[in-house]
Design a protein around this ligand. Structure first.
Ligand code: GLC
Length: 553
């Protein structure tokens, strides 16, 4: 047992905290967070009561997509530190009872990766080009893209190489994301063995697992057949990842995860893989967590669910069932670095909707209502059996920056859609640690890669630490009780359905979430934690939640 109570197969009920290094804490004052900044805050992370950290990519990268464009998988980008810093981070985390999950990006490299640079100066059909997806163009002079696929970030998914020195016809390369992120050819054995070697490199340094970026995208249907839909992953419409898309969720991806499963199992300790797979329906998603594949796959149906008790009940039931079918746990998640924070989404008229970013021209969320609902919804997330992933800052109740000026925008999706999609910068704002200072304690210099909105001051860690009713205090209390009652390993039993209420027991705890606008009566039992004050009348107010002890003892 480690300090935080995690045990063998720790990932089955782990609460994982996503650290987005650029925005967590900046030790050297350059305006971008770094690894020493994370190490400095290890006591804060331990005190929160989580079990593991997922660290978004900090490998060597030109930062064309905030580090999801990697030019060397075995180096840490100097912006964030060194490999020694990463090793120190792993050591420190382990000393604080926390596991470390690295972020692996196997679908594409950066265009500055040695392989891609070599490909660009090599002949069509050469081994160097076979690592990527180069194709001749269509039309008389090959100046039309090889097919009609569109990039997730907008525009066509192909870029033509510049004039060749040998004057030969220029080819095109595929990129499902930005043009600086060429897709790898996963039919090529060299690509497979290189990634196995990269995984070993980090496993040897002690990482406890990997989050696999775009896990459903690695295998493209042979022949790259035409596909007209734009299969976005950041879309408002949750049905934009259809099962017939030739670039998503092809059966061939599972061989890769089977081989990685074996590779991880050859290491001591319970190392794990968690898939970022935007896949529907749940029965297809469950295939990523069959016993010989990954251990977890984020439940995005839960993240995408509107503020609606009946819908929550349905998605929870269906998810638990689908994962149970293959013997897997469900990995609940509400926010991440690709999504408007749920404190903002729950304050929209269409509460829980997932807009492609929010700026001053859009509907502004009701901040107080969004926060109130965010404080309530976490009772459900942490009350469910399985694992849960939190996104840095949600423990403070942080909203998005919803009025960030266009001049600060960095997300490639903003540029590739010519500003039609606002993009993800609003959820990536540097953390407020202190109520004073030019960058609210993010660093000493006041430099910031994205400016913080005025109200972040009220959400600062130092402010919330002093307030027993703060969101931070609430998260700490819930995480303590979750551990005490082993909720992550429990079994859910639905209470008789009541309109607008999500209500279930998990072992000795009754979870009640009121999604409606009227108070509802609470069942008997001692209140363990409440998101809002409960009066003598024992009524649960609108947009509030409680955990009640129902133990007979
Ligand atoms: C994943 C990441 C996202 C990134 C994309 C391309 O969806 O979470 O941030 O832009 O993959 O790597």
């Amino acid at each position: 047992m480690t300090q935080n109570g995690s045990h063998p197969l720790w990932w089955k009920d782990a609460v994982i905290y996503q650290v987005y290094p650029r925005s967590f804490a900046d030790s050297d004052g350059d305006g971008i967070g770094d690894l020493p900044g994370i190490i400095d805050h290890m006591p804060y992370l331990e005190k929160l009561g989580i079990d593991a950290l997922w660290i978004s990519p900090c490998f060597q990268s030109p930062q064309g997509d905030a580090g999801y464009d990697i030019s060397d998988y075995r180096k840490i980008d100097p912006l964030f530190g060194t490999v020694e810093d990463y090793e120190a981070l792993i050591r420190e985390a382990h000393d604080h009872g926390l596991r470390v999950i690295a972020d692996m990006v196997p679908n594409h490299t950066s265009d500055q990766h040695a392989w891609f640079k070599e490909a660009m100066v090599s002949e069509p059909g050469s081994a160097a080009r076979e690592r990527y997806l180069f194709r001749d163009g269509k039309g008389k002079s090959g100046d039309e893209p090889p097919n009609n696929w569109q990039s997730v970030f907008g525009g066509i998914a192909w870029t033509r190489e510049p004039e060749r020195k040998d004057g030969k016809p220029r080819q095109w390369y595929l990129h499902l994301f930005d043009s600086c992120q060429p897709d790898l050819n996963w039919y090529n054995p060299e690509v497979r063995s290189e990634f196995e070697s990269v995984l070993r490199f980090w496993l040897d340094r002690g990482v406890d697992g990997f989050r696999i970026d775009v896990a459903h995208g690695l295998i493209k249907e042979k022949g790259l057949p035409p596909y007209t839909e734009r299969a976005t992953m950041v879309g408002e419409d949750d049905d934009k990842t259809p099962s017939d898309a030739p670039m998503w969720d092809r059966d061939g991806v599972h061989d890769i995860y089977r081989s990685w499963h074996k590779l991880l199992a050859s290491y001591p300790g319970d190392r794990m893989l968690v898939a970022e797979a935007w896949v529907k329906p749940l029965s297809r998603l469950a295939r990523y967590v069959r016993p010989d594949e990954m251990q977890q796959t984020f439940n995005f149906d839960y993240l995408l669910c509107r503020w609606n008790a009946a819908k929550y009940r349905e998605i929870i039931t269906d998810s638990l069932e689908a994962m149970h079918e293959v013997g897997a746990i469900t990995a609940w998640v509400m926010s991440n670095h690709d999504t408007v924070r749920h404190a903002s989404r729950l304050g929209l008229k269409d509460a829980g909707a997932r807009p492609q970013g929010i700026d001053a021209a859009h509907e502004q969320p009701n901040e107080a209502l969004g926060l109130r609902r965010a404080r309530a919804v976490i009772f459900m997330t942490l009350g469910l059996p399985g694992s849960a992933t939190l996104y840095q800052g949600e423990e403070l109740g942080l909203p998005d920056h919803t009025t960030l000026d266009r001049k600060y925008r960095q997300d490639p999706a903003f540029f590739r859609t010519e500003g039609k999609e606002i993009g993800r910068d609003g959820c990536r704002i540097p953390m407020p640690w202190k109520a004073d200072g030019p960058s609210l304690g993010f660093n000493e210099s006041g430099e910031l890669w994205l400016p913080q909105p005025k109200q972040y001051k009220e959400y600062a860690v130092t402010v919330e630490e002093k307030d027993p009713h703060s969101t931070l205090a609430l998260y700490r209390a819930l995480l303590t009780q979750r551990k005490k009652f082993h909720l992550g390993r429990g079994v859910l039993k639905w209470a008789a359905p009541r309109e607008n209420v999500v209500e279930f027991t998990n072992g000795d705890v009754r979870v009640v979430l009121n999604c409606g606008n009227e108070p509802v009566a609470l069942p008997p039992g001692d209140i363990l934690v409440a998101s809002h004050e409960i009066g003598e009348d024992k009524m649960l107010p609108a947009n509030a939640a409680v955990w009640i002890s129902v133990s007979k003892a």
